[in-house]
Write a protein that binds this ligand. Structure first.
Ligand code: ATP
Length: 266
């Protein structure tokens, strides 16, 4: 990941949830979500298993339709934005990249360019520039010719991130992007995310590891029981008492010489 950040074209201006809820068979999976997600920043969505993090992310991406309230992207309700336009504006990384695809890594990353390909679907020099930059950025260039199904879990995750970068959408929604990734590539991923933010991209990422989340994020949404129970910069949203309540487990957080330290009770 030694490429520099480039400016994102057409960055998003605002992303807002108003009275947002999703009910499944009359059961609320998330509800009463009223939050502004800062543009051009990294927002970490944290909280215990089943808190509603992935559901919220899917609502933000329009993968689930809100049953109440709305998600407003640049002041337009998501369901009023045509699907093709949404695909250009929103990049999505799922919790589990597909395991079986009859593609090489290069083919898979090229799929990221599909929302912007012309009617004949042929990759231009500009598409290939995006793809090659993306492959290099996530350290998968030397795997470009390999069959997708032969990759390890972490290699697959890095290739999925490369596809996302190739897509070049101004909003990224990442569901546990560090899944399966070793420590070097996690560090490189957070560095890349910061460079993308500096280039104007907006990133919302579900993260489980509180230390890296606190260190990397500009903004935090803490979820519990389908609600956002704290929202703000890490120093405001990450309080030991609120975290301990949310996780139903003792958690202590503090900043020492600029590093966030998280202690989890034994
Ligand atoms: N398709 C579905 N049908 C019914 N219930 C669902 C469905 N998807 C999720 N849920 C439930 O909604 C709640 C929130 O799930 P969600 O996946 O959003 O949690 P999460 O915070 O992302 O959890 P995790 O950290 O375990 O990934 C959970 O109780 C889950 O069982």
């Amino acid at each position: 990941m030694n490429t520099n950040s480039t400016q994102v074209s057409n960055p998003i201006v605002s992303l807002r949830c108003t009275g947002l809820a999703y009910h499944h068979r009359k059961k609320p999976l998330v509800s009463d979500i009223d939050v502004d997600i800062p543009s051009g920043k990294l927002t970490a969505v944290i909280g215990p298993n089943g808190a509603g993090k992935s559901t919220l992310l899917r609502l933000l991406g329009g993968l689930l339709p809100a049953t109440h309230g709305a998600v407003l992207l640049d002041d337009i309700a998501l369901d009023a934005i045509p699907a093709a336009e949404r695909a250009r504006r929103i990049g999505w990384l799922s919790q589990f990249p597909p395991a079986e695809l009859p593609l090489t890594v290069l083919d898979y990353v090229l799929l990221g360019r599909r929302p912007s390909l012309g009617s004949f679907g042929r990759a231009s020099d500009d598409d290939m520039r995006h793809v090659n930059r993306a492959l290099a950025s996530f350290d998968v260039a030397d795997m470009a010719a390999r069959p997708w199904r032969e990759l390890s879990g972490g290699e697959r995750q890095r290739a999925a991130l490369a596809r996302l970068l190739a897509q070049d959408a101004p909003l990224w929604l990442l569901d546990e992007p560090t899944n399966h990734i070793d420590l070097k590539h996690q560090a490189l991923l957070f560095r890349r995310l910061r460079e993308e933010i500096d280039g104007g991209r907006t990133v919302v990422a579900v993260l489980h590891d509180l230390g890296p989340a606190a260190q990397a994020a500009d903004h935090v949404l803490l979820m519990s029981g389908g609600h956002v129970i704290a929202s703000g910069p890490p120093q405001d949203a990450l309080r030991a008492d609120t975290l301990s309540r949310a996780y139903d487990w003792p958690v202590d957080v503090r900043i020492d010489s600029g590093r966030w330290l998280v202690d989890v009770g034994a």
